[in-house]
Structures are given as structure tokens and as C-alpha cells.
Design a protein around this ligand. Sequence first.
Ligand code: SF4
Length: 375
Amino acid sequence: MKETPNKPHWQLDIVSDLVIDSKWAEGLEGLGGFSHIIVLFWFDRVTEKDVPLKVHPMHKEDLPVTGLFATRTPNRPNRIGLTVVKLLRREGSVLKVTGLDALEGTPVLDIKPYLRSGELVPDATEPAWAQETQRESAKSSAILQEIYRRLLRTYGPQHWWPADEPFEVMIGAILTQSTAWSNVEKAISNLKKADAMSPPALRQLSLKELAALLRPSGYYTVKARKLKALVDWLEYHNDDLSRLSAEDTDRLRQERLGVYGVGDETADSILLYAIGKPVFVIDAYTRRMIDRVGPYLLPSSSRAESRKTRDKPYADYQGFFVQNLQPDVAVFNEYHALLVRHGKQTCSKVPLCPGCCLLDICKHGMASMGENRQS
Ligand code: SF4
């Protein structure tokens, strides 16, 4: 597959090429009469692993534990993917389609025509939880798409992450903990001036020398230790950052979380912005926005009003995004950057609700406007 969409599949204007081996081209004849086709593909970049045979559908603990094959969980014992796409036209052995949700270069296993009478079973039934989750998922997905569109329209592309190369992204993700980005920039500038912006160069510095360079970023002794732990981890991977992108995301995440000074947010920032993995980064701005727009969006286990934002599980916020958006590095990159901009500029500690682009879909904003009218 070529020209994988860098937007989610709901933006159906993205055209992808299904490049079929020319020896099968004759078998494509007649396909042009169909508006949609079913594509079976192979998730060649997913590592095979043991998976539990029973799961909570959609990772929602309030839904009954169900057999793996009675759910659509992507965590399966095989790597076969299936999707229905719109067929625009056939150009020889290349099929131009829209709505494809696979990464560039993903191998195609098979193609079948989508038959209206064959695929639609009028009297099909399904358990109540499946109907409910589809309704909830469609609603959550629509809200997330709408928020993304509005933020992008309001603030424009944010061009994240501000760094020259992936190693600098990793350094920035650690140094930005508990400090403003302007302070991080000064520390990074010190590292560059000292010719220390590479894993081997950082290893050469003593802890004291490194801490002195990091002084503008605050907590410099602790951060020096964290950077030392980072380069130790990279040494384990032969300092080859380009090869990390081929590693299994879950495994990398577990490894990163075992490194001193790397929590969920830092690990996910590194995975997304430095290594190019489709993980959604959750930070304080995102938590605050979700809590204000609609805490009802989160699973019931973390919805309780009495729970403070910082006490709600990171995974619940992240799950809300990843379960309702197509995994797409470019969109996850932009979405997180937009949420940070929105959190700083508009949905700050004291939110500027009048004029906010999310006002009419925000529970907190609408409530505060009502209160203002009454007072
Ligand atoms: S309406 Fe107010 S609370 Fe809601 S997202 Fe906008 S600024 Fe934040």
C-alpha cells in the first residue's frame, strides 16, 4: 500500500494506492464496477505475542469479560487486518481508494468486492453491550473529531516537536518536566555549545559537568541523572534511534517506563515525537480539557466527581483517545500539540470560556455561561 493517509479515516479525501503485483492484474478485471471493496492486509510491523483469550470489550471494565473472538479487540493472536474502502478507480494493477486505515507499505493479502446484499444481514442480532458500545464509540469518536477540527481551525498547525533531531526530542521530553519550555531551550543550547548533543558525548560528561549545563532547566542534578539513564538505555539499543521505530510499541513503552525519571507522559512523548509510534500523549492540559468538556466521556471507573483529575488513571484518558481515533502519528502529534496550545491560551486554570471554540460542546463552559447570565 502506498500513500497511507496521514489523517484519520473519517477524512475520506485521502487517496491511497493499493499496488497489486502485476501477475495478479488480470484478476482485477470487473472490480471497477464496484463502489467499495474489502481489503485484507497483514500488520507486518506488529510483533506476535501471547494474548489473553478473554477481555473486557473496548477495555471497558464495566462491560462483561468476553471471549476474544466475540470482540473486535486489535490485540489478536494473528496479524490479519480487514477494512472496507471506497474504490475510486483502477489504473492497471493499482487501485486508487479512500478510507484506508493501514500504514504505508502494509502488505495486501486479498481483495474482495463489497456486495450490498452479501454484507448486510437485515435480521442480524448482537448482545446489548455491543450495541451500547457502538453507540458510545460513535458518539465519542464524533466529539473527538469535532474538537480536533475546531482546534485546528482556531490555532492552525503547531509544527511540533520543536527540535532538530530525535535525540533532541528525547532530551527535551525529560528536561521539560516541571519547567517552562523557554528554560529547556537554554539548557539544550548549553548542550549544543558543549558539543554534547549525542548519546556518546553525554556519556563522556561527568554527572557534575552535565548538571552544570542543565542548570537553566531547574532540578538540574536530578535531570542530569535522568539523562544519564536515558543514554544508558540507548546504549542497550546500540544508540541506533532509527531502528527503534521498528520495535514493538508496547515493549518499548515498558522498557522506557523502567528507565529512571521516565513516567507515562515522558515515555509517550518520546515514543510519539522521537520514535514515530502512534501513541496518544496525555498531559495536564488534556486531562483538564476532557474533565471540563465532559467527564462523562471517560469510563465509569474514573468518572466519579469526587476523584481529582490527577488521581484518575492516565490509561483511562489515553484509552479514550486511542479507542475512538484511528492510530495515526501525524494526527496524534498535531492533536496533542493543539491541546497544549488550547490549555495555555484558552482553557487555562481560569478558563476563558466566552469566545472558546469548544463552548457549545463543553459542559463546564455552558454551565459557567449560565451562571454568569443568572448573576
Ligand atoms: S468552554 Fe471553557 S472550560 Fe470549556 S474548553 Fe473552552 S475554555 Fe475550557
